[in-house]
Design a protein around this ligand. Sequence first.
Ligand SMILES: O=P(O)(O)OC[C@H]1O[C@H](O)[C@H](O)[C@@H](O)[C@@H]1O
Length: 625
Amino acid sequence: MATVTTSSPATLQPCTHTSRHGVARYCPSPLPWRRRWSYGRMTTRATASSHGQPSATGGWVEAPAGDAAAAGEEGDSIRRLQNGPDVRGVALEGEKGRPVDLTPLAVELIAESFREWLREELQRPAGEELRVSVGRDPRLSGARLSAALFAGLARAGCSVFDMGLATTPACFMSTTLPRFNYDASIMILLQMTASHLPYTRNGLKFFTKRGGLTSGDVEDICDRAARKYVARKMGFGVGGMPPVVMRVDLMSAYAQHLRDIIKQRVAHPAHYDTPLKGFKVVVNAGNGCGGFFTWDVLEKLGADTTGSLHLEPDGTFPNHMPNPEDATAMSLTRDAVLANGADLGVVFDTDVDRSGVVDGTGAAINGDKLIALMSAIVLDEHPGTTVVTDARASDGLTRFIASRGGHHCLYRVGYRNVIDKGVQLNTDGVETHLMMETTGHGALKENYFLDDGAYMVVKIVIEMVRMKLAGLEGGVGSLIMDLEEPAESVLLRMNILGEPKYAKQRGTMAVEAFKEYIQEDKLSGWVLDDCGDCSVGEGCLVDTNDHPNDVDAYMYRAKLYNENKRPLGMVHVRQSVHNPNIALNMQSYVPGGCKYMAMDLHKRFLLASGVNDFVDISEVEKFVK
Ligand SMILES: O=P(O)(O)OC[C@H]1O[C@H](O)[C@H](O)[C@@H](O)[C@@H]1O
């Protein structure tokens, strides 16, 4: 069995202490939080735009101490909207105990700050035009937040282009497709995962031609917005002209771009323009933005899409969450595939940066299976390439990639972390064509390192047609027949108790305590598999990159071995990227293994270490009973 280590020799090196199994491994001390927050600042920076003039040069305005302190508190609530590389918050009333914090004013100030950041980033002279597009998903608060973005961008001197309902990857493409070629794009949306968030929430995601902004960039923008908020509270920056916004049809151009790729790469010998003639494909858009793929991509290429589901955008998501991790979404799609004798089913998330598929036999291909399918396709095109995934992926996936000659780099959770790792590996000379999260976010080097669910499906559709043309039976599902799956997989969440502002520190303490318990041999049988910051394979490797990316959340992976040194299962412990909780992902190699591991951790770690004083372990207790 080949377990492959992954990673750039230039950035990763073996760790230095030895585990009880004799494997060299180890862990860096935790990186300090890279916060640059400045609470209670008395000096505030206000731009000339605060007075309604488009300018980005800025100046310093002294605020009376009392006013600034009061406004500073609320300014902090704007800083807290930064969530990894996104802005996220509550945009509508309706959540008990969670007031609206993603207000139109906050969004307007974030837009102004984005413009200021963008000008510096692109090193453009103060007066030069910046062209920014805005798209949104069907959430109920989308229109109101669009208006706030338009106002903020226009006030700051941008030319604003409204794309209306759009997908997130299409927003990025508006910065590269020749007819549009905008300097930047903002998408109003909320990513939803298994821990899906209610309809009251919303968020912002930012792109330049270089791709999505990093956590540090968004932190910078929110910090500027918080300071503008102080100035605004003192009466600066009110007024200005109503924004002039140009409406543009980006989605048609993006769909055409996807159609062209399918036509060119299939190059059908009999009907070039309709390569999908004779294929049935069912799409489940979950009432998000993915419906366009049915009528504007598949049907125009000749496919029969009868039986497709939930194509109309509806921000209340009345059927199920648009999410390829959602069991209802996958099972309804499976039913539709079987009922219509379709060759393929496609499931998109709300904004189409994630996807999953169902093969012609009704088998769901999401999570590890989707990564395996994409790896099989990409490894055929790029033999020996490295595939980066988050460290929740199974050992079976590592073996699958290795068996096809590839290398598997396991990295931190968070699609941005996974993509950034792939970018870094390529820069370091390690050819890395695929970066995928188990959540369904997938990015390819050939497609701007952009996580695009529709592009992933485009690759799968091309493979499906090529297989048929080559006379290969079994459809795309046959490409992953030998993927080994864990006997059981369980995800438990432990809420971090106390004030939300201390949650990150407490979460870090709990996760670090887990690592230390293993290192200090207080958890015999458990062996650290990875340092969260690095790659797994022949032991743990430390990321020695001189410029590592900001850590959003600490995480460790460990395996439990029995007395015969056979692994029983694996646990991945980490802080949630977005919420004050710790996620415990367990995979067992034997039936009953997850419960056994949870019982062991409950008794010998959660209770023994005192972590239960600040972490709610009731879900674990319920599971082990
Ligand atoms: O930390 P969690 O709450 O489990 O969420 C983790 C997920 O958060 C977001 O949705 C990101 O887009 C994903 O890349 C990440 O995997």
